[in-house]
Write a protein that binds this ligand. Structure first.
Ligand SMILES: CC(C)(COP(=O)(O)OP(=O)(O)OC[C@H]1O[C@@H](n2cnc3c(N)ncnc32)[C@H](O)[C@@H]1OP(=O)(O)O)[C@@H](O)C(=O)NCCC(=O)NCCS
Length: 150
C-alpha cells in the first residue's frame, strides 16, 4: 500500500540514490561527480534534515521508497529577505510507479509544507517530463537564463 511520509535523516543514503537517479535521467550530471559524492551528499542531507533547512517527502510502497521530493529553504536570500523563497528539488518517481499521481502528491505535500513554514514562493527547475505537472499546479516560467561555458 502506498503511503506518503516525511523522509527521515536515517534515510539519507536512499534519498541520495533518488537524487542521483533524477540528475541522471534529466541529463544533469555534467562531467560527473566527485569520487566520494555519495557519503558527502548523504552527510549534507542528514545535517540539513536535522537543522530543518531541508525537508524530504517520500512515497513508500510496503516500506520501500518509490518516489521523492525535497523542499530546501537555505538559499542565501532566506537570511535577509522578509519573503522566504523555497526551492523544490530531487523530484523522482521509480519508473514502475509513474503516471499514478505520485509526483503530484509529493509536490503538493512539499508546497503545503513551504506555505506552513512561512515561505512566500516556491521555485524549481523543471525537466521537460515534469513541466506539464508543475504548470497544472500553478508554477509559471520566470526570467532565469543560462549561458553554457563548455
Ligand atoms: C516527472 C516525474 C517525476 C513524474 O512522476 P509521476 O509520479 O509519474 O507524475 P504524476 O503521475 O503525478 O503525473 C505525471 C502524469 O501522469 C498523469 N497521471 C496521473 N495519475 C494518472 C493515472 N492514474 N493514470 C494515468 N495518468 C495519470 C498526470 O496527469 C500527468 O500527466 P502530464 O504529464 O500529461 O501532466 C517522473 O516521470 C520522473 O521521475 N521522471 C524523471 C525525473 C524527473 O524528470 N524529475 C523531475 C525533475 S524537475
Amino acid at each position: 500500500m502506498l503511503r506518503y511520509l516525511h523522509g527521515r535523516p536515517d534515510q539519507a543514503a536512499v534519498l541520495v540514490r533518488f537524487w542521483y537517479a533524477m540528475l541522471d535521467e534529466c541529463g544533469l550530471l555534467g562531467s560527473g561527480l566527485v569520487e566520494d559524492w555519495e557519503p558527502r551528499l548523504a552527510r549534507h542531507f542528514n545535517r540539513s534534515m536535522e537543522n530543518g533547512t531541508m525537508r524530504w517527502f517520500v512515497a513508500e510502497d510496503d516500506g520501500r521508497i518509490v518516489g521523492t521530493a525535497a523542499a530546501i529553504v537555505a538559499v542565501p536570500e532566506s537570511y535577509v529577505f522578509k519573503d522566504l523563497a523555497a526551492t523544490l528539488a530531487g523530484i523522482y518517481v521509480l519508473p514502475g510507479y509513474r503516471k499514478r499521481g505520485i509526483a503530484r502528491t509529493l509536490t503538493q505535500n512539499a508546497i503545503r509544507w513551504c506555505r506552513e513554514s512561512g515561505c512566500a514562493s516556491v521555485r524549481l527547475r523543471a525537466s521537460e517530463a515534469a513541466r506539464p505537472l508543475y504548470e497544472s499546479l500553478g508554477f509559471v516560467s520566470g526570467s532565469e537564463m543560462r549561458l553554457d561555458l563548455r
